[in-house]
Design a protein around this ligand. Sequence first.
Ligand SMILES: C[S@@+](CC[C@H](N)C(=O)[O-])C[C@H]1O[C@@H](n2cnc3c(N)ncnc32)[C@H](O)[C@@H]1O
Length: 242
Amino acid sequence: MRIDILTLFPGMFPGYLNESILKRAQEAGLVEFHLHNIRDYATGKHRVTDEPPFGGGGGMILKPGPIFRAVEAIKPADEACPVILLTPQGRPFTQTVAQELAQQERLILICGRYEGVDERVRQHLVTDEISIGDYVLTGGELAALVVVDAVTRLLPGALGAAGAAETDSYATGLLEGPHYTKPADFRGWQVPDVVRSGHAANLARWRREGALRRTWERRPDLLETAVLSEADKRFLQSLAEE
Ligand SMILES: C[S@@+](CC[C@H](N)C(=O)[O-])C[C@H]1O[C@@H](n2cnc3c(N)ncnc32)[C@H](O)[C@@H]1O
């Protein structure tokens, strides 16, 4: 997969992209990141990328020209790949959206700044708009990194432990249950016997029930769409009766 990121601040990215799993995914040839400075596509002596809004109102708006030229320079006209604007007005970013984007060969992410981008970018250039949450950041760079991170870890082979992403919260439709590691006794708090028993079937059921319990306690809305077995339903019923 290739991910192109258009930003006024490319220097914000290398620290995050070149560590840990994202670094290893690049080294393994699973993903390429290409940073593009929107200012490089601005014209004139001062390479202006933003202007005050027509009609006043305060703040600055990213001009359409540099953003259109940047996308047109990096994407052949006949290549149909998602061109995504990060914006608090976009569709909410979820694990399902991350899975959808992870199927693509290429993504182009546009980071807004200031008061946002000229409306014609939305109307005539981008194919998708994504929000990472109901709050307003100063720029789209952190939002782009959130998308890049969540998508990259879903690429086959990106995570060390095979299948780890498949049991993550949301991937199964549930929150993930508790985890334990050594020591078995920490300040008198014990790891449950079933976790240490090595009994695969009992452990699998314990994990499933842990996920169901956690979801029931914290995100009961997810249970409305999760795929549940008869045993799951009985367990949830027992929780409700507790
Ligand atoms: C200060 S915000 C502009 C907000 C805009 N005036 C509005 O009310 O919708 C500047 C840029 O940050 C990015 N941004 C801010 N919050 C975001 C969010 N929740 N999700 C994705 N991008 C966000 C967008 O790229 C946006 O253009």
